[in-house]
Ligand binder design. Structure first.
Ligand code: PMP
Length: 330
């Protein structure tokens, strides 16, 4: 068994499916799967990092709790407990032959081939749970972490909470994200920021956003149709430790142009500075001092070089002794 190498992307050789590990090539679904037609999936994105004590998964419990919450909103009855899914994630990483990787737990409405149901009504369809893992480098580019990215305000509005609740990380939400992302890319930007249905700043297609203004942090509140980001929560905790004030408040579009510093947070994007919005330079047009300060602490914490704020158990070590186990362990 070896790491899959598709277009230079490393992929864990196994996928966890409904309580067992299967081969990557066998992790397939039928074209009539409910989720493909009606968007009925909820998922997570989690990162595992290399530390001196071996690979550790960052805030695994919180991610899997959010997965359980997303499933609850959509009345999906997951047959596994939070702890069982966490354990599966640990075993997947342990057998992945990778020191660092990105994990994708996903729960969706599948297809019962003996008793197929093709309508919108999701209830007759079974609930399938999978976790895959691959080596995902820097989402917005290695360079972006230092020099920052150019973004635009999207012409698309973030889906209101009473249409598709942003609190649930549902596959369907990402149709809205794709509209935002495609518009940004075609306009020559790295990413787009959506406003909510009231016109206030919401979030990027896959990131939360923070402003640094007069030495304090501002970020949209959960009511602004944002995903309750785990990186966002980590940054708030780190800022608290550094004595930097954080305000969760409604933010106007123009405030993004005028702020001193601006950055995205997300599991994939980590902490990425934003150097311009709609071609207007933000602050000095490069990573600001406070952004760097928070980034430095964040990277130290995820790599186990310093404890999390209040010694919170943010790292789950996949192999407590730090030894590398063989893939055959799964
Ligand atoms: N908003 C959206 C729409 C996202 O997809 C993500 C990435 N999961 C985030 C925010 C950031 O959330 P987290 O820090 O938990 O990855």
């Amino acid at each position: 068994m070896s790491i899959k190498d598709v277009n230079t992307m490393k992929i864990a050789p196994k996928v966890w499916r409904n309580g067992e590990f299967i081969e990557w090539k066998d992790a397939r679904v039928h074209v009539m799967t409910h989720a493909i037609h009606y968007g009925s999936s909820v998922f997570e994105g989690v990162r595992a990092y290399n530390t001196e004590r071996g690979t550790a998964i960052f805030r695994l419990t919180e991610h899997i709790q959010r997965l359980m919450n997303s499933a609850k909103v959509y009345r999906m009855d997951i047959k596994f407990s939070r702890e069982e899914i966490c354990q599966a994630a640990v075993e997947l990483v342990r057998g992945s032959e990778m020191d660092e990787c990105y994990l994708r737990p996903i729960v969706f409405r599948g297809l019962n081939e003996d008793k197929p149901a093709f309508g919108v009504n999701p209830f007759p369809n079974p609930i399938d749970c999978y976790i895959a893992a691959w080596d995902w480098g820097k989402y917005l580019g290695e360079e972006a972490l230092e020099s920052g990215v150019d973004v635009c305000i999207s012409s698309w509005t973030r889906t209101p909470a009473n249409s598709l609740p942003a609190v649930a990380k549902a596959g369907a939400n990402y149709m809205n994200s794709q509209l935002i992302k495609m518009e940004a890319i075609l306009g020559g930007f790295s990413e787009g920021i959506a406003l909510d249905d009231r016109g206030y700043v919401s979030e990027g297609s896959g990131e939360n956003i923070f402003l640094v203004n007069n030495g304090r942090l501002l970020t949209p509140p959960l009511g602004a149709s944002i995903l309750p980001g785990i990186t966002r929560d980590s940054v708030i905790a780190i800022a608290g430790e550094l004595g930097i004030k954080v305000e969760e408040t409604n933010i106007q579009r123009a405030a993004l142009y005028l702020t001193d510093e601006l950055f995205f947070t997300g599991t994939a994007a980590e902490i990425t500075p934003i150097r311009s919005v709609d071609h207007i330079t933000v602050g000095a047009g490069k990573r600001g001092e406070i952004t760097k300060q928070i980034q430095d602490v964040f990277f130290d914490v995820i790599h186990g070089k310093r404890p999390a704020p209040e010694n919170a158990p943010w790292l789950t070590y996949v192999n407590e002794k730090g030894e590398k186990k063989m893939a055959s362990a799964i």
